[in-house]
Design a protein around this ligand. Structure first.
Ligand code: COA
Length: 140
């Protein structure tokens, strides 16, 4: 599934288009949640995701998101970013919209974690977890 935006920007969920080295560069050095993540780990997270979304400008990878899903009821959104020089122009919202409102998981329940972008995701129906939600932290 591919969607052309204005001025040579596009969204695409084709795994074959993902620039794994660039996604790893950003996430392992510039994100607050995946600093130091090894290349092999990142490459596997991309390859084994149920859906990956790339944001491209004239073919260059400038944003990314991945979704993990059971294929039936629930999907998890992760590793979403837009490169700093392209921020503040609506592309973060486009990435979230395309990730959760388009594609095979659009009718499912979605969950995500964020440190500070709550109001971004609220625009797409995310809210505080209900009393039914529990979470088990990574051991150790
Ligand atoms: C978060 C991020 C993807 C937003 O991308 P962007 O292209 O600047 O986003 P947009 O231009 O579409 O605007 C985002 C909207 O969400 C809001 N927002 C809420 N939290 C935000 C945050 N932490 N960072 C940026 N925008 C945020 C903005 O104010 C803006 O609202 P508006 O439309 O009412 O003005 C981008 O800043 C980024 O990659 N940050 C680093 C990685 C990151 O934190 N990812 C999210 C992990 S959960």
């Amino acid at each position: 599934m591919r969607e052309e935006l204005e001025d040579g920007f596009e969204l695409d969920d084709d795994l074959a288009r993902i620039d794994a080295a660039e996604v790893h560069r950003f996430l392992s050095t510039e994100s607050y949640w995946a600093k130091g993540r090894p290349y092999e780990t990142q490459e596997r997270l991309v390859r084994e995701a149920n859906r990956v979304v790339g944001l491209y400008h004239e073919g260059r990878q400038i944003g990314f998101a991945r979704a993990v899903s059971d294929g039936i009821a629930i999907a998890y959104l992760a590793d979403l970013y837009v490169l700093p020089e392209y921020r503040g122009r609506g592309f973060g919202k486009q990435l979230v919209r395309f990730s959760v409102e388009e594609g095979a998981f659009a009718r499912m329940r979605w969950i995500l974690h964020t440190a500070d972008a709550h109001s971004l995701y609220e625009k797409f129906g995310f809210g505080a977890p209900s009393a039914k939600v529990m979470e088990r932290s990574k051991p150790g």
